[in-house]
Design a protein around this ligand. Structure first.
Ligand code: FE2
Length: 429
């Protein structure tokens, strides 16, 4: 069974990454930052975790307000370093752990946390600023990460209480994973700071120290605070420290505090903590119950012939294929496909079997393989295939025979000015 070994709490301010990239370890101004991470690196070397579970917030880099979610779990195979305006930092991409991530995702949904999931998005300084000082990435990152992105920038934002409850559920989620993995939690966010408005530059070191005391010894007291309470005591942007409560909820009520540091060089209080988990492992019967509950909603689905639920495993495995077909909604991608599909296959480095299914308009092959129907209907609109022709292909029938199974013999597509006439013409033949 997987085991949570403890939690590293750390600020994620870009100053940390900036100091690291500038080799400022011996500069007296920056030195305290590097000193703070030495004991944490030693702890990681001693504990040798297999995976990091990391809470962070994106800073309107990969997650914008066109679609903003509170709890967004990374389920992908790999995460690149985001470009935050000055080009990406010179760090390699870091691997994800899709199998554990989807176990966690399934568990949380069954526990009625309505999660969002992401993949294919780069991570910004919220993750890579602390990662670059926690781990040596000179030969690639030594272990994978599961990022939990928290939407704390656009209110309403989950309450401190909800974050703590999520952490408690995450503990069962992780510790019910059947493989023997050691998981270290890294929970990030700055302590007191405000970076907007006339109050920008606000800090409150005495409150920061009290916050760390409470996080260690009485986290429930912190769950009673509102976002306005946090803003009053620590500055508006410090309300992101509710992310520390997610991590704290993943540990035993009583923890062993191994390390703590605090440094305020500029706008954001840079703080670190290491809290070791003191809990007994999750009892086997509790783990079995959790696994059964996580699978409850789709239990028995495999008995339905010709049914392929689009779950997290299917989604991650077929991300590129689905994206290739989905991006046909983008005029440039669509035009490139129509003009020279082979060149676009090559540019995307699609595997040969996927290229062949697309060339053959092998609708059922694509669907069985992992393309969701709703990207197939976009592909169909591009090539002028009516939707009922896809269903006919799914059923191994001709279009006229399939239409006989319907109450009316209509054909149609998703429409649009480019495809309507093509679909009508195909249907007429
Ligand atoms: Fe932040």
């Amino acid at each position: 069974m997987a085991r949570i070994v403890g939690m590293i709490a750390t600020s994620h301010t870009p100053t940390i990454g900036f100091a690291f990239d500038g080799n400022k370890a011996e500069d007296p101004v920056w030195k305290p930052i590097f000193e703070a991470y030495k004991p944490i690196r030693a702890w990681l070397e001693e504990k040798k975790p297999d995976v990091l579970f990391m809470t962070y917030n994106d800073h309107v880099t990969s997650f914008f307000f066109d679609h903003y979610s509170p709890f967004v779990l990374g389920i992908g195979e790999e995460y690149a370093v985001a470009d935050e305006g000055g080009g990406p930092r010179n760090l390699p991409p870091i691997k994800g752990h899709p199998a554990l991530a989807r176990h966690i995702g399934n568990h949380l949904m069954a526990a009625e946390f309505d999660m969002s999931f992401f993949q294919g998005k780069p991570l910004d300084h919220g993750c890579f600023s602390p990662l670059s000082v926690l781990l040596d990435a000179s030969n690639g990152w030594p272990l994978p990460v599961i990022p939990l992105q928290m939407g704390v920038l656009q209110f309403p934002v989950p309450s401190a209480k909800r974050c703590y409850a999520l952490g408690q559920e995450l503990r069962t989620a992780i510790e019910s994973y059947p493989e023997d993995l050691k998981v270290a939690v890294v929970t990030t966010g700055g302590l007191s700071h405000q970076v907007h408005g006339e109050r920008s530059g606000f800090n409150n070191p005495p409150w920061d120290e009290q916050f760390m005391d409470l996080l260690e010894k009485d986290p429930v007291a912190l769950t009673r605070m509102t976002h306005a309470d946090h803003a009053r005591l620590g500055g508006m942007e410090s309300s992101e420290i509710i992310m520390w409560l997610v991590g704290r909820g993943m540990l035993s009520a009583s923890v062993k505090s191994l390390h703590r540091s605090y440094y305020l060089p500029s706008m954001t209080a840079i703080a670190t903590m290491v809290l070791e988990n003191q809990a007994e492992p999750l009892p086997k019967r509790e783990a079995a119950k959790a696994i059964e509950k996580a699978g409850e909603q789709l239990a028995g689905i495999e008995e339905l012939d010709g049914t392929y639920p689009f779950d997290l495993e299917r989604s991650v495995k077929n991300y590129k294929l689905n994206k290739f077909l989905h991006d046909l909604v983008i005029p440039e991608h669509r035009q490139a496909f129509v003009a020279d599909p082979e060149a676009l296959f090559a540019a995307w480095d699609l595997p040969e079997n996927e290229r062949q299914m697309i060339r053959d308009r092998d609708w059922i092959g694509l669907n069985r393989y992992g393309a969701i129907f709703f990207v197939l209907e976009k592909f169909a609109a591009v090539v002028g295939t009516p939707n009922p022709a896809i269903y006919a292909n799914f059923n191994g029938m001709s279009l006229p025979d399939f239409l006989k199974t319907r109450n009316t013999q209509v054909t149609y597509g998703t429409g649009g000015s480019e495809s309507h006439d093509k679909v009508e013409a195909t249907a007429a033949n």
